[in-house]
Design a protein around this ligand. Sequence first.
Ligand code: NAP
Ligand code: GLV
Length: 321
Amino acid sequence: MSKPKVYITRMVDEKYLEAYRDQLDIRMWEKADEPVSRETLYKELADADALFTVLSDAVDEDLLSKAPRLKIVANMAVGYDNIDLEACRKYNVAAANTPDVLSETTADLGFSLMMATARRIVEADAWVKQDKWQSWAPFFFAGTDIYGKTLGIVGMGRIGEAIAKRATGFDMNIQYHNRSRKKEAEEQLHAKYVSFEELLKTSDFVMTVVPHTKETDKLFNQAAFEKMKSSAIFINISRGKVVDEDALANALKTGEIQAAGLDVFEEEPIRADHPLVSLDNTVCIPHIGSASVETRAKMVQLCMDNILAVVSGKEAITPVS
Ligand code: NAP
Ligand code: GLV
């Protein structure tokens, strides 16, 4: 009997796949730094049983309509705003993501971005490497303290809680906003539940880690930035589309807020002439929240395990609900 066919939309090192080769017929796009073309995908999907996607692949009705045998889309990300779940239901295709395995790593990155932005690490590093360091002065590269400050987390989910855990070690006051309260997290992490407006007004650091949905689209708009303290630092590790980037650039230029650390952007990849990159008070990184070798290996494995489960007639291990 022939093995179920899996197509992977980006190059993955063979060492992560070899354990699956005896059960699955695995093919992939052989380039790591270039997305698969739509034409190639159409061709591959003509007889594929499973599709392994990355977060920049749009899985839409058009694509699914060209995949008569497809049983599962396994997305190598916890966010799944690139997948049309309605179309998946219509074509009876399961969708799976990679929750939990990346939470701690993404929280590390969120915290690093907050620290890098507050303490001007990137700017200071460039100063030394550009051979500009001449002397020491009392307020030379003086940034903002993190310890003892108030951190407002918008989206106190798996990653939000892992960030809050880190913040307790910095003696930060933690507040959060979700649609629903998490009493257990409040007790364990000494986190205070506040309204979105209260969080914006009273936080020194505002970190967003909500999924991108219709409800959160451009949640951080001009009105939101106007409510923040002029000393506030905004950190986005969720999705670029939860922010109105023009409003953010304006808030950073006019001093409505102090600085921003950004891992995600509305349209990725961005170029060096992007309005948020040219500002001195931003730290911009290329969507690397979960990018540790250990975690990326776990994410690949979870995608492959989800695929194996579904093509064997079982439920996905981590289905998107
Ligand atoms: P999660 O456990 O589902 O947490 C999401 C949280 O957001 C939940 O607590 C949810 O609480 C809250 N939320 C959802 N909609 C909301 C709304 N309209 N207003 C306020 N709060 C809302 O997800 P996770 O695993 O922590 O991941 C969160 C997101 O992080 C992902 O969807 C992805 O976009 C992003 N992410 C980015 C990277 C990166 O590389 N930068 C890496 C991993 C994840 P309620 O349901 O109670 O509202
Ligand atoms: C990364 O952005 C993810 O959603 O896993």
